[in-house]
Each structure stands twice: as C-alpha cells, then as structure tokens.
Design a protein around this ligand. Structure first.
Ligand SMILES: Cc1cc2nc3c(=O)[nH]c(=O)nc-3n(C[C@H](O)[C@H](O)[C@H](O)COP(=O)(O)O)c2cc1C
Length: 270
C-alpha cells in the first residue's frame, strides 16, 4: 500500500492547529512533493506555500495555523478535475507526515490569497489549505461544522456505484474486484460533504460523473463539484495502483441515459 492510500482511511479535515511551525524536515518533504506533483489530465497545477503572519492570511474557521498552501490551475478543459486530483495528493501526503489540512474554497478572503500567491492571468486559484500539526482538541466551531455536514459519514456504495447503466447498482464479482479502490473513493472529501460523484463500471474501465447541485460554480473557483469528482477519481486511481494496475484517464463517454443534473466527466481505464 502506498503512503497516500494508507492516509485515506484516517484522514479528517483539521481546522484547529497547535500553533507550531512545520519542522524543517517535514517542510522540505512537502516542498519536494509539491515540485513532483502531477495528474493524469495533462493540466498544469501549481502549489505555493504562504506564511500566514507575513502575508496577513487567515480563515474564520481555522485556528493556530502558521502556514497555508494555495493551489492554482490553468483555466482549460478538465481544470477542475485535474486540480482536485493534484491537490488531494498533496492533502494525503501531508497527512502521511502527520500534517493536517482543510480544503477551503469559501471560508477565506479570496483576494488576499490570490494576491499573495501571485495568481497569473489564465489561471485560477480554486482552493487553499492550512498546513500544520493538529491541536490536541478541536475548537467548538470545528466540532459544530463537522456535525453540520455529517463529516464523519458518507453515502452507501449502492447510491454511488453502478454497473453498465445508472439502473443497476454495482454488485457481485465486479464489485468484489474493485472493492478496495471503491471504498477509498467513498471516503473522499467534498465541498459541504455532498459527495457529488457517481461511477458506472464497464469492462476494465469506470466512467466518472458529476451529480450537480446549484451554487457550486463561480468564475474564481471553477465548478467545485467537478473538483470533488477529481478528488474521488484520485482516490480510485491510487487504489488501482495499489492493486498493481496501471490506470489512465481518458475521455470515452459511453453515452448512457443519465439521471437529472448528471454530467459525464472522464473515464479511468485499467
Ligand atoms: C472543494 C472543497 C471545498 C471545501 N471548502 C471548504 C470551506 O470553504 N470551508 C471549510 O471549512 N471546509 C471546506 N471543505 C471541507 C469539507 O467540508 C470536508 O472535506 C467535508 O465536510 C468532509 O470532512 P472530512 O474532510 O473531515 O472528511 C471543502 C472541501 C472540498 C473538497
């Protein structure tokens, strides 16, 4: 099992930090990982570390943080999913070092972060995250937020994973063959914990769809729920690699009959 998939079951968003800066060796490992970040969508994603105090950065839901990472993506087709994939790899790597993160698209002063990270024309900065060691105890606000979105639970597999068409929940041999990667997918984080990903399995491939709600698309952020789909796809992809497979991402829309507000995003072939 890779360090990234090993991080998935225990990872939680961290909004309360202990006030300590990152240890030098942890920061160096993070910087090296950031420099090597990639995604299978062929879209550039960049991450920049920002000193909270020096840059005057903060978030009303975060306490005790000293450092942020801002994520940027070239504004082109599949940017949202690519961003979700790359930034989630960073989130998982951080957790493997004992460093907490929270994906933040909303609860921040966006202009300040965009200025601090030097956002270039033709790029978006969809999300940022604090980086630090978790405090011994969650703030009351954090505890309330987690309750509000049911952060400790996820939808059951039969609502998310289908076989050949949206009419048939995935079951039997095909479910068993993909059980590991699918369970990792189910536990992906998403904006307001909506889990807007739907998967339809075929022969050696799984098609990923976005189940859209209103209010998640903006010029500055892109489509947050497509970012969520990229995060889920990242977990699935890493799970397949753990099984010794060599997955790739392609566009191969099978043209299925779709439930309302559902859009094809991409296919993972393995
Ligand atoms: C794209 C995206 C945007 C998010 N934006 C915010 C945010 O603005 N503020 C916040 O406190 N949490 C934000 N979150 C964190 C989610 O609320 C959190 O991941 C979800 O409730 C599941 O909890 P968990 O990460 O502890 O598993 C965001 C998550 C994602 C994936």
């Amino acid at each position: 099992m890779s360090e990234l998939t090993a991080a998935i079951p225990g990872r939680k968003s961290v909004r309360s930090f202990d006030g300590a800066p990152l240890r030098r060796e942890d920061r160096e490992k993070l910087e090296a990982f950031i420099a090597s970040l990639d995604n299978p969508f062929g879209v550039n994603v960049k991450c920049v570390l920002l000193d909270a105090e020096k840059e005057g950065l903060g978030s009303p839901v975060i306490t005790g943080e000293k450092l942020y990472v801002a994520g940027m993506v070239e504004a082109k087709p599949l940017a949202d999913a690519a961003f979700g994939f790359s930034f989630e790899k960073l989130v998982l790597f951080a957790w493997s070092l004992g460093i907490g993160t929270t994906w933040i698209a909303g609860t921040m002063k966006r202009e300040k972060f965009q200025q601090a990270c030097g956002l270039a024309a033709g790029w978006r900065m969809p999300c940022i995250s604090p980086l630090g060691y978790p405090a011994a105890k969650r703030s009351l606000k954090e505890t309330m937020m987690r309750k509000g979105v049911g952060a400790d639970s996820r939808l059951p597999a039969e609502k998310l994973f289908f076989d050949g068409s949206f009419d048939t929940p995935l079951a039997g041999g095909r479910l068993a063959a993909l059980a590991g990667p699918l369970e990792l997918t189910r536990w992906a984080p998403s904006a307001v914990n909506k889990q807007p990903w739907r998967l339809v399995a075929g022969e050696n491939e799984v098609h990923f769809y976005e189940k859209k709600d209103k209010g998640y698309v903006g010029e500055a952020t892109g489509d947050l729920q497509k970012i969520d789909v990229g995060i889920a796809l990242c977990h699935f992809f890493l799970g397949l690699e753990d099984l010794g497979k060599t997955p790739s991402v392609i566009l191969a829309d099978p043209g299925l009959a779709l439930p309302p507000e559902t859009e094809y995003i991409a296919t993972v072939r393995f």
